[in-house]
Each structure stands twice: as C-alpha cells, then as structure tokens.
Design a protein around this ligand. Structure first.
Ligand code: ADP
Length: 470
C-alpha cells in the first residue's frame, strides 16, 4: 500500500473495505478492496474466488482487476476506480432513474450477465451496489465473491451467503439445483428498484421474503411448495394462495409497458420460465426505436475514450516472472459487443491479450485520510470524457510493457499461491482488457442512516446489507 496514497473510503462490504487510492508514481486512481482478516476461512475463500473469476473473465461491462497483493495477511485487490454505483444514483433519484438512462444501464448490465452466463458463470449477487457506473455512463458489474461455475448435474452449491432481497424463490428454499435464472430474478428485482427508487422485495427474514414473493409475484410451483413443506424451519407455516393477473402491465402498473413486460419475463416463480439473457437482450424494450443501433456507437465511443484516457495513466509496469504465471489464465472475451453470438458473429474465445506485468511493492501500513470523498456526477446524462475514474491499464504495445525488475526479498508463497512478502510484496500479471476484444472496439477503434429509502435503512439495520447465510 505504500505505493498508494489513500484518498478515502468508498465502500464497506461484508468481507472488506474498499478504499479510493492514488498510485504515487503514475497518479492512477484505483479502488483497493482490502479483505478483513477474519479467522473464518470464508473470507479467504471469497477473496480467492473473486480473484479467480476476475483474472479469467474480462469484459467492458465487468470491473477490471489491476493487481493483487497481500499485506499484513490481508488480501488486497486493486481495481480500476469507477465513479459511483447504481445504489448511489438511487439515493439521489429516489423516484428512480430517468427512462433513457435506465435503458442504457440495463442494456449494459445485461451484456455483462449474458457474457457470464454464456461462459456458464452465475454471479449470484446482482444488486444496485454491485453495479458501478463511470462518469461517462459505462456500467460495470463488480463483486465476484459469490460467482461460480454452474454446478454439474447432481452437484450441490454450498457456502453461499447472498443478499436476501434479490434472492430467487429457489434460493430462499435452498433448492440445490438452481442456475442462471437466479441472476435473472435478481435482475428483475433490481430493474423495479432502478425504475421506481424502491426495493421490490425488502425483507427481514426468509419467511418474510417468501411471503412477499407469493403476494407480489406468484404462488410457489408444486416443486418449490414441496421443498417448503418439508423444511422444518417452516413447519406449521402456510403461505397464502394469491390470485395474480397474468397481465404484466396490470401487475406492475408503475412501470412503463415494455419495462413491465421485461420485469415480468424475469420474475417468474418457475426458473425455467424466466427469460434467458440473450432473449432479454432481444426484448422489444431494447430493440424498439432503433435503440441498440444508436447506443452501440455511443458506447463504443465512450469505451474508446476511456481506453485512451487510461492509456496515459497506466501504471509503471514491471516485467518479472510472477506468482500467477502457472495460473495459465484463459481470458475469455466472448460475448463482448463485437463478437457475441448476440451480434451474429462467431464467439471469440480465449483471445490472448497482451499482458502487462505488474510488480506490487510490499507496503507498511499507513493511514490515509478516510474522509468521504466520493464524487458523483448524477446530473450529466453521459460523456464527461475527461474523467479519470476508469483507470484500467490498456496496453497498446505488441510486447509486454516492462521496466524495472522486481527485487523480492524474503518472499514466500502461501498455499493459495499468493505471494506473502515481508519486504517486497507479491506481484502478479494482469492482462488488460483488450480494446480489440469485441466488435465494439475493433470497429474503430454510502449510505445515510436517515435516508428515506427503506432499503438503506434496512441495510443499516442488518449491518450486513441484507445478507443472510444459506
Ligand atoms: P464486498 O464484496 O465486500 O461487498 P464490493 O466489491 O461489493 O465489496 O464493494 C463494496 C462497495 O465498494 C461497492 O458497493 C462500491 O460502492 C465500492 N466499490 C467496489 N469496487 C469499486 C471500484 N472498482 N470503484 C469504485 N468503487 C468501488
């Protein structure tokens, strides 16, 4: 951390604190997620899971991991800094986001989900605070602590702690055969919240959530009802049987017609009936008025602009054999704007990007100013292109960027393969997001306790942001 100046605290999660920091040599602004040093193994497990996913999966609408190190036994993940989250915007626009902005955000969020799903990854914690938004309006899904590969048939998912309000009925009931549709459910809940400013299913217990699901969405399927009846926790509890209209627009009268349709397609009690991400991307909500044709070039321009800005501020890089070398990452770039099946082109898998080798210097602890410096730019619909918030390092060279070699002293590698280094710290290689990874680019190129939002109040009440052990 001594290579970084701490500018403030931007987030506090169940597993760590996220600090806004500035690289002392390059001026690059980053977000450093410092995992708590907890005795429970779960923190390490979650950190390592997040690292694993972020190293492997890169996409313009996923947050970009720059480097990883461990200091004083705490795992540190260094990310590009992204200006704010969708939750921040909802705190500002408490009646929800303006419809044009909403559609642009949802399109990008769905691209990220579609990218993950096409690689058989489920995120499992989609919610407004995990959607980062850059100053120019690019959204990036973050927090991969719960992401995992789809289980093989018969496999059981374990150790899963998720945010309750966005949990699909099959998750609440601990059906062990859930899959991608859990992300689609969470998306449905989040769309309502983004459109109205209010969480759709705020709940203080699993039973409370189930009650709300049944009253606001639909009755349990026979399969889920069966699981419910057999669960000793719910012994003696009878859920109401509610008559629901099949008409999406009557069911969600606060949403405009097509948005109600898309929400209805996401919020089906039976996971098999929920729309898939490619279907959602083709939904009329996105295709009408030539939205996609107009938005793609706009998004492309923003991404190029950000890549250009970031190429000037990329960190000084160091070339050295590194601890993650044996990791043999296969960066998966398919399903980006340029190459996805969605756009009718062949999937572009495992395209090897140019690598940037980064050395991380071992640091002594140091207290920075942790005053809240979070800056938000809500009033700008898009395009403050001079922003520096998005600081991933994009290499335009054909060879790996390199400079001084690292000089590890007293280094050791722990069982996780992460360098724990008394003097020099661990170092690793992170490939940049390849600006040519998709058609898009190659084509040319904190909450207030007193907040009126019950969601925020609930987050404080639950301390763990509405999380619950499954
Ligand atoms: P946790 O897994 O502990 O919940 P998250 O990854 O969800 O941590 O991050 C917690 C919060 O930190 C986010 O909601 C967001 O406010 C902030 N944050 C996370 N990553 C970044 C980033 N790259 N840039 C700016 N803020 C971030």
């Amino acid at each position: 951390m001594e290579m970084y100046e701490t500018l403030g605290k931007v987030g506090e999660g169940s597993y760590g604190t996220v600090m806004k920091c500035k690289h002392k040599n390059t001026g690059q602004i980053v977000a450093i997620k410092i995992f708590y040093e907890k005795p429970e193994k779960s923190v390490n497990k979650i950190a390592l899971r997040e690292i694993k996913f972020l190293k492997q999966f890169r996409h313009e609408n996923l947050v970009n991991l720059i480097e990883v190190f461990r200091q004083k036994k705490k795992i540190h993940l260094v990310f590009e800094f992204i200006d704010h989250t969708v939750l921040d915007e909802l705190q500002h626009y408490c009646h929800g986001l303006e419809s044009r902005r909403l559609r642009k955000y949802l399109f990008q969020i769905l691209r990220a989900v579609d990218y993950l799903h096409s690689n058989n990854i489920i995120h499992r914690d989609i919610k407004p605070e995990n959607i980062l938004v850059s100053q120019s309006g690019i959204t990036k899904l973050c927090d991969f602590g719960f992401a995992r590969t789809l289980a093989a048939p018969g496999d059981v998912y374990t150790d899963y702690v998720a945010t309750r309000w966005y949990r699909a009925p099959e998750l609440v009931l601990k059906d062990t055969s859930y899959g991608k549709p859990v992300d689609i459910w969470a998306l449905g809940c989040m769309i309502i919240e983004m459109a109205t400013g209010n969480p759709f299913l705020p709940s203080s217990s699993d039973l409370d959530l189930l009650h709300k699901i049944v009253s606001k969405v639909g009755n349990l399927t026979p399969h889920l009802q069966n699981i419910f009846s057999k669960n000793p926790i719910f012994t003696g509890v009878v859920l109401p049987q509610v008559q629901h209209t099949r008409n999406a627009r009557k069911k969600y009268p606060k949403l405009n017609g097509l948005l109600a349709d898309i929400v209805h397609a996401c919020l089906q009690i039976d996971p098999a009936e929920r729309m898939s991400s490619p279907e959602l991307l083709h939904h009329e909500y996105f295709t009408r008025d030539g939205f996609i044709e107009k938005f793609i070039p706009e998004l492309r321009a923003k991404l190029l602009q950000e890549a250009r800005v970031n190429s000037f501020i990329r960190p000084k890089t160091y070339c050295k054999e590194n601890e993650f070398k044996d990791d043999e990452r296969k960066i998966v770039y398919n399903n980006t704007l340029l190459s996805s099946s969605f756009w009718g082109k062949e999937m572009e898998k495992e395209k090897k990007p140019k690598e940037i080798k980064v050395r991380v210097i071992k640091v002594k602890g140091g207290k920075g100013d942790i005053s809240e410096l979070k800056k938000t730019e809500y009033e700008v619909e898009h395009c403050r292109q001079d922003g520096m918030e998005d600081a991933h390092a994009v290499s335009e060279d054909t060879r790996p960027a390199s400079s001084e070699p690292a000089s590890p002293v007293n280094s050791s590698t722990d069982s996780s393969g992460m360098k724990e280094d008394a003097q020099s710290g661990g170092y690793m290689t992170m490939p940049p997001i390849n600006p040519a990874c998709g058609n898009l680019m190659t084509a040319n190129l904190n909450s207030n306790l007193s907040h009126p939002n019950p969601r925020i109040q609930e987050m404080h009440r639950l301390k763990g942001r509405g999380t619950c052990q499954m």
